[in-house]
Write a protein that binds this ligand. Sequence first.
Ligand SMILES: [Zn+2]
Length: 508
Amino acid sequence: MDKNHIIIFDTTLRDGEQSPGASMNTEEKIQIALQLERLGVDVIESGFAAASAGDFDAINQIAKQVDNICVASLARALERDIKAAGEAIMPAKNKRIHTFIATSPIHMEHKLKMKSDEVIKKAVEAVKYARTFVDDVEFSCEDAGRSDVEFLKEICDAVVSAGASTINLPDTVGFRLPSELYERMKAMVDFLGDRAILSAHNHNDLGLAVANTLECIKAGARQVECTINGLGERAGNAALEEIVMAIKTRQDALGPLYTNIISKEIYATSRLVASITGIEPQPNKAIVGKNAFAHESGIHQDGVLKCAQTYEIISAEDIGASKTNLVLGKHSGRHAFKDRLITLGFDLSEDELNSAFSEFKALCDKKKEIFDEDLRALVSEEITKIPEIYSIITLSSSACNNGHTSAAISIRKMLENGEEIILSDAALGHGTIDAIFKAIDRISNSAGELKDYKVAAISKGKDALAKVDVKVKFGQQTVIGHGLDIDTMLASAKAYIAALNSYLSMKV
Ligand SMILES: [Zn+2]
C-alpha cells in the first residue's frame, strides 16, 4: 500500500443514481462504467444488488465487462443483501462487497430500533458473511458524522477483526464542518493505524463535501468516495473532478499525493453522465461547468492571452475540454469523423462506428455545421441504445392558437418473434406535446405519467439539434428517456418512446 496513493471510489452509479429520481437502464450504466474505467477510477460502486432484479443485472453485466477496475456492490448488513451483492459481482476480476449499518444514536434508536451492542453484533456477522464471497470487504458506519467517536472505535475494531479492510465514515447528512471532520477522521486513523484503509464519503448539504473530503485526506484517509458532477441525493456527493484536480493542483499544500485518474478523461466523463442522466452541471460549476474556463472581462481576457496562468490555475486541456471546436460537415469523411470521436474520448466498436456515421450523415443533410457538442450527443445516443420495441416512423402535428391541437403518429413495433408491425393513431391534446404523448400512449396501450420535461439546444444556431429529456412514470417505475432531432416535436416524441422502451427493457 502506497501511502501517497488516494484511492478513488466512484459511486455515480449508486449514490449518484439516487439523485435523478429515475433509473438508468443497464446499457446506460455499462457505458458509464466503461468510461469510469477509462478515467482511471480504482473502485466503482455499481449499484445495490438487492434493490431490484434490474440493479442486480446491471451490476452483473458491469462485472463481466470491465477489466482493471474493482467492482463493488452495496449491501445492508443483511444476509439476503450480502448474498445478492456477492452473486452479482462474482464475474469481476477484482470485487468488493460494501456493507453498512447505521451507528448514530438517532438512526440506531429510530430507524434500526436496536441497542449498540446488537448493532456491533450484526455488523460483525455481516462482514464475516461477506468474506465468504470475497476477500475485499468495506464496512460503512452510516451517519458516522453524527456518531459517537468512542462507539465508532468500538465497532470499527470489531469489524476489522472480522475481516473488513476498508472502513468508510460517511457524513451521510452533510452536517460536519471541515475542522470537525478532520479531528474525527484523525482520531480514527490514529486508532486503527495500518489495520484498515480509512475512507471519506461526504455529502454537500452545506456546500462542504469537497472541502470536507480534503480535510479527511489531510487527516490520513486514503480512499475517497465521490461522484461525477457531484451527483447524488439531495445536494449531492463530493465531486470526483474537484477532489482530483485539487490534489493535482495543490501538491504544494497537500503533499506528494496522487490518484490514478487520467485527468484528460474528466470532461468526456462529465458530458456522458450529464447526457445520460439529463442533469446538466450548473454553468459555474467548478472544473466541468460550461463557464469554468470562460473569461468574459476584458482585463482577464487580455491577461490570459499574454500568459494563461494570470487567471487560470488549470487549463481546459488538462481535463480534456479542448478549446478547438472543429466543425464537421457534409463533406467530412469517415476518417475525419472517427478521428474527432477519438479526440472526444469515444472508443467505438466497428458496428457502433458504422451506425453513428450514418446518423452523422443524416444529420449533415439537415444541418450545415456539426459541432463537438452535436457529436457527443449523437454518439452518446448511439452507444446507449437498447433494443427498441417501439420506434417512430412519422409524426404530424397541428398547432393553433384557437381550437384543437392534434398529433397523428405512426410507430413501428418489434414483436417478440422478430416480426414488425406498423401502428398508427391520433390524439387531441392541450398543446402539441400533450397531443403527441397521448397518441403514443394510445398506440402502445400504456399510461405514462410525465414527471419532467426538458428541452435544450445542443450547439449554436437556429438550426441547432434539440435534445429532449423526459422523466416518465410507467406503473411503479420512473424512467428517463432522451430524444435528439432538429425538430423539437420529433425529439420530444423520440424521448417519450425511448423512456417507454427503457421501461419495457427493465420489466423483463
Ligand atoms: Zn451517500
